[in-house]
Design a protein around this ligand. Structure first.
Ligand code: FMN
Length: 348
């Protein structure tokens, strides 16, 4: 199996912790699906500990989402091996309640998260540091061995998502990664030190693609950072000859961001009642998916801002919605608002 080489450029929804769960991915898939989804990142050391049940929610998905890559992070190669084996043999998907034959599409290794809590232990972006290269290699090899041991028919693809350096841009990191025989490499065009404070550097992403060509390896190169529309992504992919474009925060401004124009323009003109209906569907899915309080209700507030904006009365409606403390209350408010905006439209 290979990442989607038939689609050029391939569009990917970025993994965003506490944002891109199965519910939001289903919403994005229903608006305008990307070619590939990632789960939120999940810690393999936690998965192989008594804390496992708590972490499984981050891996949940449903078949209609399409291609879903499990994003993993951690420190212990043996845990990467075990979890990758469980992913490849389908036992983890079974544990998540998925029917036979429905499985993750691939595995991604997070080597870019800049958060202090992860980096201080030597995980995620800390793996970029030259002194941690042996560990990075062991993790990639363990993940690959796990995917091989657990494989049923074909080997699942293995990818890495990373930044351009730790303190400064470090092309030796990319040379190292490109020699690991990865199926895909996503480059977020900032160093760890830059966090999100400066614009993403697409020149470096382009240089990684050039290096890939010079080394003659097959790893697909996906660029990431500050892409706010599909058209912008297409232009960047063409300019730097990239295989794919990953979009994260752009989805907050347009849930139809992956649609091809002219559908993409529809979000600006999307009437209030349809925006309200979208949030209503999101809340209904949330209530049906997280029935045991796995996700607190206030986590819906960040989604409220995506849908309930750009029309008269949106701010007041948002304030009411964000004060709600149950999905039933939210649905009642949304139903009333939907009727109101429906009536308004009919009397226009
Ligand atoms: C709220 C939030 C959570 C994130 N969580 C993850 C994560 O779990 N795994 C990961 O690889 N990157 C994570 N990222 C980084 C994004 O995947 C992406 O690389 C970054 O936002 C830059 O892309 P953008 O400018 O299109 O948003 C997160 C970003 C945000 C804003």
């Amino acid at each position: 199996m290979q990442y989607g080489t038939d689609m050029k450029p391939m569009f990917v929804l970025a993994p965003m912790d506490d944002v891109t769960d199965t519910v939001f991915r289903q919403m994005v898939a229903s608006c305008a699906p990307p070619d590939l989804f990632f789960t939120e990142f999940v810690n393999v050391d936690g998965l192989m500990s008594p804390g496992r049940p708590n972490l499984l929610k981050k891996l949940r998905f449903v078949a209609p989402e399409g291609k879903v890559v499990a994003e993993l992070w951690g420190l212990k190669p043996e845990n990467f091996l075990a979890v990758c084996q469980q992913i490849a043999d389908g036992s983890l998907a079974g544990e998540l309640g998925l029917p036979d034959g429905v499985n993750f599409y691939g595995v991604d290794l997070n080597m870019g998260c800049p958060a202090k809590s992860e980096v201080k232990n030597g995980a995620c972006a800390a793996l970029i540091r030259p002194e941690n290269r042996d560990l990075a290699k062991s993790i990639i090899e363990a993940a690959r061995a796990g995917l091989r041991q657990g494989r049923t028919l074909t080997q699942m693809p293995l990818s890495v998502k990373t930044r351009t350096g730790f303190i400064a841009v470090d092309m030796t990191w990319f040379e190292f990664l490109l020699r690991q025989n990865l199926d895909m490499l996503t480059v977020h065009g900032r160093t760890r030190k830059q966090m999100s404070k400066v614009p993403a550097d697409w020149e470096i992403i382009g240089k990684v693609r050039e290096m890939r060509d010079e080394l003659g390896v097959k790893t697909l190169i996906v660029g990431n950072g500050d892409v706010m529309s599909r058209e912008q992504g297409e232009r960047l992919a063409e300019q730097y000859k990239l295989d794919g474009i990953m979009i994260g925060r752009g989805i907050f401004h347009n849930p139809y961001i992956f649609a091809t124009t002219p559908q993409n323009l529809l979000w600006e003109d999307c009437p209030p009642k349809e925006r309200i209906a979208l949030f209503r569907r999101h809340v209904e899915l949330f209530a049906a998916t997280w029935q045991h309080g796995e996700r607190p209700i206030h986590t819906l507030n960040k989604f409220c801002k995506i849908y309930i904006q750009g029309f008269d009365g949106a701010k007041e409606l948002r304030e009411k919605l964000m004060a709600a403390n149950s999905t039933n209350t939210l649905l009642t408010i949304l139903k009333e608002a939907h009727t109101k905006y429906n009536d308004n439209r009919e009397t226009d």
